[in-house]
Write a protein that binds this ligand. Structure first.
Ligand code: NAP
Length: 482
């Protein structure tokens, strides 16, 4: 055992206080010296009128201590403030979310005995979870999916380094690059490039929907899975169901300077205060934290006590024993406390070495193009006019400019010029693609002129430049576009 540590402790909302208190009790009982700084975040803070859900004292505590253990925080669904969980991850740049999914002794599931031992390494600060959303029209919403080469490189390198630290053999990269060729494709391409630097580890790409299918069908084929933010969130909930449910799924948010440990699950408000919930996920997040603090012995001791409780004493909470009388959260916790110091006979030992955090340049212009030009612009126009009529009118309006209207599309499908085929159901947001008339390079002044002209006749809501970097078009085609 090493010297004492100071850790920020956020109890959280809903079931958070019950599972965090149980975890704290068990960690303290191992003899490890932790000075817990209890801080607030989440629902109660929102109620006090702080829109981030994160008081400055909590932020300062994490800044000082560099390590936090947190319970789940509630986020209003479909309205209201942003998630304080996501804000915390982004504020402290914990770009890697490491979520182990492994069979727990004594927890019988349809997959028991197959040796599931997977770690999902989820990108944690980019993608749709950046939550950059706009109502483009009263009837059409947009969420920006921003994926950077730098973000991909950091998470991919972290996944390979993590695999090395635990002696794992394979890393799968799960993306939807078949559909989102630029964003998800960037993750795939980065993975394939970085993988060459890790010849000791087998690297494979898998399409994320098939990954979900394979996870249920043959989960033991996976070792480490690296993926983008939203894919990773969904896959890790799916993974938890393979090994007994969200009550058993821990996690760590890792960055260069800060680490925040938390379960995969949320605040499960319907169980709040009922003393029925499973505290294992937060407890195992605490075990990950202990290993991060190099308190290997205490981490080991908790795992043995947990496995003795589940597999030998058969003390289990409601989520895994529905047919017999389940243990309450406190009975389960007390049994683990009694079992501290006992050895679980079938303990599968893994050698844990500290992860070598990757060094990726912090330069904002991480990728530079030798040559760049603008080929045209996509202007999104709010209009209820039928596409054919709008397209014809736009061609006429812009006839004297440096641009020619190449197409009009709705939700990514070309609706003008029309092609033979079924009629497309359109909405009020149409993307009008204007290309340089002479295949020239477009200047900003020409774009301003075009917008000025369009503004006289149309309600435009959004604009995208169509870049060409190093001779390669850097924009997608519409469905139906040549
Ligand atoms: P949830 O809180 O994860 O709960 C979903 C279901 O998972 C529960 O109804 C329960 O299943 C099971 N479950 C979760 N934790 C469990 C545990 N410790 N022991 C046993 N079973 C457990 O997801 P949600 O209901 O979708 O979200 C509730 C709130 O949490 C939302 O405000 C959401 O935004 C927030 N959230 C926070 C985090 C975070 O803090 N990191 C993560 C996810 C969601 P049964 O109903 O089958 O018993």
């Amino acid at each position: 055992m090493t010297s004492s540590h100071t850790v920020t402790l956020i109890e959280g909302d809903g079931i958070g206080p019950e599972v965090v208190k149980a975890t704290r009790k068990i960690i303290d009982a191992t003899g490890v010296k932790i000075n817990w700084e209890v801080c607030e975040a989440g629902a109660e803070v929102f109620k006090k009128g702080l829109s981030t859900g994160l008081p400055q004292e909590t932020i300062d505590s994490i800044l000082r201590n560099k390590v936090a253990l947190k319970g789940p925080l509630e986020t209003p669904v479909g309205f209201g403030e942003k998630s304080a969980n996501v804000t915390l991850r982004k504020m402290f740049d914990t770009y890697g979310n490491i979520r182990p999914v492994h069979e727990i002794p004594g927890v019988i599931t349809p997959h028991s005995g197959r040796g599931i031992d997977i770690v999902i390494v989820r990108e944690n600060v980019e993608d749709l979870y950046a939550g950059i959303e706009h109502m483009q029209t009263p009837g059409t919403a947009q969420c920006l999916k921003l994926i950077s080469r730098k973000g991909c490189e950091k998470i991919v390198r972290l996944a390979f380094e993590f695999a090395r630290s635990e002696g794992r053999q394979t890393v799968h990269c799960a993306t939807k690059a078949n559909i989102m060729k630029l964003t998800e494709g960037l993750m795939k391409r980065t993975f394939e490039e970085v993988a060459l630097e890790y010849p000791d580890i087998k690297a494979s790409h898998i399409i994320v929907d098939n990954c979900a299918h394979q996870l249920v069908k043959i989960p033991e084929q996976f070792d480490v899975i690296v993926t983008t933010n939203m894919n990773g969130d969904i896959l890790s909930d799916l993974g938890s169901a393979l090994i007994g449910g969200l009550g058993f799924a821990p996690g760590a948010n890792i960055g260069d300077h800060f680490s925040i440990f938390e379960a995969v699950h949320g605040s499960a408000p319907k169980y709040a205060g009922k003393n029925t919930i499973n505290p294992t996920a937060v407890l195992l997040s605490g075990v990950m934290m202990l290993r991060h603090l190099k308190e290997f012995e205490a981490a080991h001791k908790i795992e043995h006590a947990l496995y003795c409780t589940l597999a030998l004493d058969k003390i289990m909470t409601r989520d895994i024993v529905t047919d017999t009388s389940p243990a309450s959260t406190s009975e389960f916790t007390d049994t683990i406390l009694r079992n501290l110091g006992k050895n679980f006979p079938d303990y599968k030992k893994r050698v844990y070495k500290p992860i070598q955090l990757p060094h990726v340049s912090s330069a904002p212009d991480f990728v530079k193009a030798q040559a760049r030009s603008i080929r045209g612009i996509d202007v999104f126009i709010e209009s209820a006019t039928p596409a054919e009529k709008l397209g014809t009118a736009l061609k006429e309006t812009t006839s004297g400019t440096s641009f020619t209207l190449s197409s009009v599309s709705c939700r990514g499908v070309k609706v003008f010029p029309t092609s033979p085929g079924p009629k497309i159901d359109t909405t009020d947001l149409l993307c009008c693609r204007f290309l340089a008339r002479e295949n020239d390079e477009i200047k900003d002044t020409q774009i301003h002129e075009l917008l000025k002209l369009l503004s006289q006749h149309y309600q435009w809501t959004h604009l995208e430049k169509l870049h060409v970097y190093d001779g390669k078009p850097a924009f997608s085609k519409d469905h139906g576009e040549d």
